[in-house]
Design a protein. Structure first.
Length: 187
């Protein structure tokens, strides 16, 4: 009998023992925290394509631990920080996670190992992990490779410069107070 695995309530250990594979093609609207980050730019044509594969690997001793290999691709709408227009940012996540018995173990071993450690949970939510990884993959400064409209590169505009030119220099009044010292001709 083949066991059916569900991404919302995934028994990671059983999934790894079965060398399980899950994949999905979800709308970005399914991920609430990602939708918030889109600031109203999200539309139903944007999707998250993901694959999750699991296996039991040796822990270096006599035991085996569950591993989850995650591959996620998505396009995410953001505002270009150069032209302030919308830009679709491609996101790619390829990560592997080793599962340990509990959160305390994960914290204790975190500094020792390069791989990402997660605590085994009875009903692991794979979609939450996918959303977390996509949120971390978002660029801090999104921008077009080449903006669709030319971006003015001036640091200020002409009106600003004209207004500054009309203002008197606040130190000009000090210059008039400066007293010239007479030159000593005798020395």
């Amino acid at each position: 009998m083949t066991k059916t695995f569900h991404p919302e309530k995934l028994d990671i250990k059983a999934f790894a023992k079965a060398s399980g594979h899950l994949s999905g093609h979800d709308t970005l609207l399914k991920y609430a925290r990602l939708a918030e980050e889109a600031h109203g730019l999200l539309h139903p044509d944007l999707h998250v394509n993901w694959q999750a594969n699991a296996e039991m690997l040796s822990d270096g001793g006599n035991g085996h631990q569950p591993w989850l290999h995650l591959h996620v691709e998505a396009t995410f709408p953001m505002l270009c920080q150069r032209c302030l227009g919308p830009v679709d940012v491609p996101l790619l996540v390829e990560r592997s996670f080793r599962f340990v018995p509990d959160e305390a173990t994960a914290e204790a071993l975190d500094e020792e190992f390069e791989e990402d450690l997660l605590a085994l949970e009875p009903d692991f939510d794979l979609h939450t992990l996918i959303e977390d990884e996509l949120l971390m993959a978002l660029p801090v400064v999104p921008r077009h490779d080449e903006c669709p409209e030319p971006v003015p590169l001036a640091s200020s505009d002409e009106d600003f410069e004209a207004a500054n030119a009309e203002k008197p220099n606040p130190f000009a009044a000090l210059a008039s107070l400066r007293v010239e010292k007479p030159k000593n001709e005798g020395h």
